[in-house]
Design a protein around this ligand. Structure first.
Ligand code: NAD
Length: 479
């Protein structure tokens, strides 16, 4: 049964009883060998890039309906990134897919030791709503490049974009090898009851655990791209103006509904107020009163739905910290201003779970050691940010913490660099993707030998290897 959001968007869920046949068809089609051809994979990747390019305006509009987002953010943070990643995969696929011949040692030099990059088979990609192209089509790129048949299950929460993807998919991609299945929990559960060779899930950790349990039945490998609280430490040696620009940008992009958004700031007590002063200046520059302030800003998005809007306002109502910037919202339009809260403690309600919205608590600490202890007392985050000029501070911070990614001097940008692996550690997930890492995630490294076994060379190697046969002689155990 469709949700009200799905009904409003005209998103039709895939009938649950059709799901086993869709998966069975893709499994059978994988075995035909169609996706093994590198040219075929490149063609599908080109088609995916054309789907994004030809329909760029329609995607901007669907994301505007889902998230109230500006054209700039949707093009910059989704369409450009996905298109470039398709092109990168097309340009590098020959190299990535080429069998590798590792040095096997003198004894095995003639045995043709090779690592073949092989497709895993039929794979499932389950997406989340917050970046409905990037976290849904992004993983598909690696899955297609690696030569799999692929099912995408977009998030029903970003229903307008899910509808558009479902409509465009069969027009651009080969339905024999790429299918889109739509729906919510019953449809995703029906998918998870089927056998896949890899499941790539993006979303919250509670559902991540359900996915991992279901996958275990088939011993199916999974990539879990989850979330959590990504901290920022601003050191005394930082340029506070630059730090404020980059932190507020990272928090306000997509209204803070970004898995790697800075969740909270740790700062030495004595620079808390100077940092807040800079954040206020930056806020007024980003959303000038002359253009209607935050409420009238065409650059600022909206919260995905009323449920999440209420959740975020509930957090604000419960915090014992002091709201020093923002705080205002409007339920009807799901607007919630970028909101800075000072003097927040680790026990505060706002510090218990991922915020996933535009609220930015500041936790004052004594020094970098206290900041590192604070971070290490909590789950390993997906991203960890530092603003510092002091080399020793940078080294100490990176050497004494754990996280999916560690970034000094900026926020979010590591996501855009395809040569870096993107993924979490511990409760922020496991597995990586982007660029070649995405290709690797969906590939099996198949060890292979082509040992000489016929003709003259076969006989020579047979003689050389004969001591392995019984009856054994310990005198052959030469190290
Ligand atoms: P969501 O509600 O869209 O759910 C994700 C997917 O899980 C959807 O396709 C949904 O249909 C499916 N689903 C929901 N409940 C299910 C169930 N009980 N059984 C099976 N499937 C189910 O997205 P969300 O979870 O609200 O996403 C937000 C979270 O995702 C945040 O924690 C965020 O940090 C994280 N996230 C992580 C990344 C990353 O790359 N690491 C990217 C984006 C979002």
């Amino acid at each position: 049964m469709s949700s009200p959001a799905a009904k409003e968007a005209g998103l039709e869920y895939t009938p649950v009883d059709q799901i086993p046949k869709i998966v069975a068809d893709l499994r059978a089609n994988f075995l035909t060998g169609k996706t093994r051809s590198i040219e075929y994979r490149k063609n599908q990747l080109k088609q995916l890039a054309f789907m994004l390019k030809d329909n760029s305006d329609a995607f901007v509009e669907s994301i505007r309906k889902d998230l109230g987002r500006s054209k700039f953010e949707s093009v910059f943070a989704e369409i450009m990134g996905c298109t470039n990643e398709c092109i990168e995969a097309i340009n590098n696929l020959d190299k990535w897919a080429k069998p590798k011949k590792p040095w096997a040692g003198v004894a095995w030099a003639m045995h043709g030791a090779t690592v073949r990059k092989e497709p895993k088979g039929t794979v499932l990609v389950i997406g989340a709503w917050n970046y409905p192209l990037t976290v849904q089509l992004g993983p598909i790129i690696g899955a297609i490049a690696a030569g799999n048949t692929v099912i995408l299950k977009p998030s029903e929460v970003a229903a307008h974009t899910a509808r558009l993807i479902a409509e465009l998919y069969p027009k651009y991609l080969d339905p024999e090898t790429n299918r889109c299945v739509n729906g919510a929990i019953p449809e995703t559960t029906a998918l998870l009851d089927q056998r896949f060779e890899h499941i790539f899930y993006t979303g919250n950790g509670t559902v991540g655990r359900i996915v991992a349990e279901k996958a275990a039945k088939w011993l199916c490998p999974t990539t879990l791209e989850l979330g959590g609280k990504s901290p920022v430490y601003v050191d005394e040696s930082a340029d506070l103006s630059i730090a404020a620009h980059r932190i507020l940008w990272g928090k306000a992009l997509n209204c803070g509904q970004t898995c790697i958004a800075p969740d909270y700031i740790l700062v030495p007590r004595k620079i808390q107020d100077p940092l807040i002063a800079e954040l206020k200046k930056v806020h007024d520059k980003f959303y000038p009163e002359s253009q209607g302030g935050i409420k009238g800003s065409a650059s600022y998005g909206r919260i995905i739905n009323t449920g999440h809007w209420k959740r975020l306002n509930g957090m604000l109502a419960e915090t014992k910290g002091e709201v020093v910037l923002g705080g205002e919202g409007d339920e009807a339009s799901k607007m919630l201003a970028p909101t800075v809260v000072k003097n927040v403690s680790g026990q505060d309600a706002i510090m218990q779970g991922e915020i996933f919205g535009p609220i930015l608590p500041i936790v004052p600490v004594d020094d970098i050691k206290a900041a590192v202890d604070f971070i290490n007392a909590r789950d390993q985050p997906l991203a960890l940010y530092l603003f510092a000029g002091d080399r020793k501070v940078k080294e100490y911070f990176f050497d004494h913490t754990r996280s999916g990614a560690a970034v000094q001097g900026d926020t979010l940008l590591h996501f855009a660099i395809d040569s870096l692996p993107f993924g979490g550690t511990g409760p922020s997930g496991y597995g990586n993707y982007h660029g070649k890492c995405g290709f690797d995630a969906f590939s099996h490294d198949r060890a292979s030998l082509d040992a000489p076994s016929t003709g003259f060379l076969g006989k020579i190697i047979e003689m050389a290897m004969a001591p392995r046969y019984p009856p054994y002689s310990d005198s052959n155990l030469k190290q």
